[in-house]
Design a protein around this ligand. Sequence first.
Ligand SMILES: *Cc1c(COP(=O)(O)O)cnc(C)c1O
Length: 360
Amino acid sequence: MRVYNFSAGPAMLPIEALTAAQSELTDWGGSGMSVLEVTHRGKPFVACAAHAESALRSLLAIPDNYRVLFLQGGASAQFSAVPMNLTASGDKVAYLNTGQWSAKAIAGACAQDLDVAVLADEKATSYTTVPSEGSFAVPADAVYLHYTPNETIGGVEFGYVPDSAGIPLVADMSSTILSRPIDVSRFGVIYAGAQKNMGPSGLCVVIVRDDLLGHSRSTTPGILEYKQMAESDSMLNTPPTFGIYLLGLILDWVAETGGLAAMGERNQAKAQALYAAIDNSQFYANPVALDARSWMNIPFTLADPALDKAFVAQAEAAGLTNLAGHRSVGGMRASIYNAMPMEGVQALIDFMTDFEQHNA
Ligand SMILES: *Cc1c(COP(=O)(O)O)cnc(C)c1O
């Protein structure tokens, strides 16, 4: 039995892609081997990686002057790799702090000898808001502006792309990439760990504008260095082959189900349904400001936290898993990424209504 898995990551993946992988797991493309066993330098795997890249380019309409890199170390490696690739010692860099993932990115920059300017910090609202558009000034001498479009733990999402005043905009899109169309040309660097909307953990996709290659510090390890990775088609060393393969299958699924515009409509409808259920009840509450509510990660609390354990246990018994909130936040969190169907969200809403009737 497949459950509705509300995990924040690694997260639910589309059954179509999993079944496709299963059907060819022991004999991939007539090779007599699984994709896990073939050399990454051989024609079949090189074609597989090229397919994943072209499918991503097509879905996101990535302009030709951007490179797509398949890296390792998760999104977290990019907290260090971004400053290593873009800055020299003593440079100024700018960050927006909207929660725990932004904070980790900021810590990555602070660990290097940089002048780190935090232009906005939503601490005063306990990170339930995003800075309003135009409320912060970007220093002209900063090398880049970094932000986290969707804070996976707090369930806080920007409803707009910040104006970086001409300097490169860097975005950690781990928990929002492929959830709707975006204009890639607004960004200098986009990076995303795969395990929310794109595939298995361990793979990190980096989309970087050409002119930002070749500015790294000499101490940057090759496997984190954008130019070397671009020039070697992300095969400076053995790439995460299975992750790249599965990414290709998942991107095919996104295309077959209507692409990003249709995905965005479905994701918005799913989120609206769940927020409406929370808002229309006296029993459940979501702390996030209306204009900053995430489509992907929806935290909510119960009127009496003493009921949390029973909620999680009964939900699990009903096939609705991984609803406990992040260990630092408590309460509940429903992550409803691309692979979560509306039926799963409706099943959660029905369960919540029932639980409230029995416990309010
Ligand atoms: C999950 C997540 C990360 C961390 O990803 P890893 O692959 O575990 O390094 C970073 N940023 C955001 C926004 C995330 O959701």
